[in-house]
Design a protein around this ligand. Structure first.
Ligand SMILES: *Cc1c(COP(=O)(O)O)cnc(C)c1O
Length: 363
């Protein structure tokens, strides 16, 4: 059986270091906002080449706090890709703002910059590009549009730790980069965790307050804040894994390379382009008979996933919130299939998947 993911196996290389880190934190008696968080924040800022990094409780919280930092007027509009993971849209809704969906480019699965301008209105305040599956959006074009219309950019970098566009880190093009360290992400903790990166010291200060009850000094509250802190135990684990993030990405890129070289052209493969350094949080292919293909692979001992089965505009929770037709998004959701591409998978595993994909065509 080739599993799609196995978090135990994925974390096995870090077992001893994690145990030591856990013991140290336990013995320190300091569990919330201490040295582990400070250290991880400066390490992740350095890794992403951002001036500031602020740890928060999750990727969704990172997006919510980033939006809150601007105190946008309720009812303001935020542009977001129509095929994103639901969290990006939820963050907008939770801030009393209106999500305005823009269809993705069918080749990159990322927001189509050519379709942004037609969705900008007088109420538009921000763009939230999502670097889906570990591939950057076309950030040069998006930055240009944002400048022209005076819009903020909050990048959803929850799937793109270490991914580059024209040599620059995702999460550093806009006002904020929002990261998730959910266990399955390329940089994953052993529980929920997230962070924001920014180059603006005032915004960084606001996030420091927002994540901690709106306070700088204990029991003195400057603004209406949240409790959204990264805890010491997770920060300790993240510092350890961050040292291997390049290695994790390198491994995933190697597996992706094998897929790209060996999967028959009857399947639609991710695009490869020199502007992008992709980190393959997800390696997806597309096929008209996706569901039959998925069962065939499973019958042959290969587990896959679908990211994602339902287009946000078709989600029950989004009725009355999202309006309009999103045929490109729905096409992707109906045909996409995610193949095994974890840190613990071997080249042999991936070759077996390729062979099985070939056999499906001859059925
Ligand atoms: C995982 C993810 C999030 C949310 O992160 P959590 O840590 O689970 O809250 C947001 N956006 C995208 C694109 C994601 O993949």
């Amino acid at each position: 059986m080739i599993e799609y993911e196995n978090l135990g196996k994925l974390n096995n290389p870090f077992f001893e270091e994690y145990q030591n880190s856990f013991s140290q934190t336990l013995q320190s008696g300091w569990y919330v906002l201490g040295n582990n968080v400070k250290n991880f924040e400066s390490e992740f800022a350095e890794y992403t080449k951002s001036k500031f990094c602020i740890g928060v409780a999750s990727g969704l919280d990172a997006l919510v706090l980033a939006l809150r930092a601007f105190s946008f007027k309720p009812g303001s509009e935020v542009i977001v890709p129509s095929n994103t993971y639901i969290a990006t849209i939820l963050s907008i809704v939770q801030c009393g703002l209106v999500p305005v969906l823009v269809e993705p480019d069918i080749l990159t699965y990322n927001i189509d910059p050519n379709k942004i301008e037609e969705k900008i209105s007088k109420k538009t305040v921000a763009i939230m590009p999502v670097h889906l599956y570990g591939k950057s959006c076309k950030m040069d074009l998006i930055v240009e549009i944002a400048k022209q219309y005076g819009l903020k950019i909050i990048e959803d970098a929850a799937q793109s730790h270490g991914a580059l566009f024209k040599g620059k880190m995702t999460g550093t093009f806009g006002e904020f980069g929002a990261f998730s360290f959910y266990p399955t992400k390329n940089l994953g903790a052993l529980g929920d965790a997230g962070a924001l990166t920014t180059g603006d010291s005032d915004l960084a200060k606001t996030i420091l307050r927002l994540r901690n009850y709106g306070s700088d000094v204990k029991y003195y509250n400057e603004i209406v804040g949240f409790n959204s802190r990264l805890d010491e135990i997770q920060a300790g684990f993240l510092s350890i894994k961050l040292k291997s993030l390049d290695d994790i990405n390198k491994h995933k890129r190697k597996l992706a390379g094998i897929y790209l070289a060996n999967i028959p052209s009857d399947y639609i493969l991710p695009v490869v382009d020199e502007d992008y350094f992709d980190v393959y949080h997800i390696f997806n292919i597309r096929h008209e008979q996706r569901d039959e293909l998925r069962s065939f692979l499973l019958d042959n001992g290969i587990k896959t996933e679908i990211h994602y089965p339902v287009s946000p505009n078709k989600q029950k929770a989004m009725q009355g919130i999202i309006f309009g037709e999103y045929p490109i998004s729905e096409e992707i959701h109906a045909t996409t299939l995610s193949l095994p591409v974890s840190y613990f998978h071997t080249e042999d595993d991936v070759m077996k998947v390729c062979e099985c994909l070939e056999r499906f065509l001859k059925k």
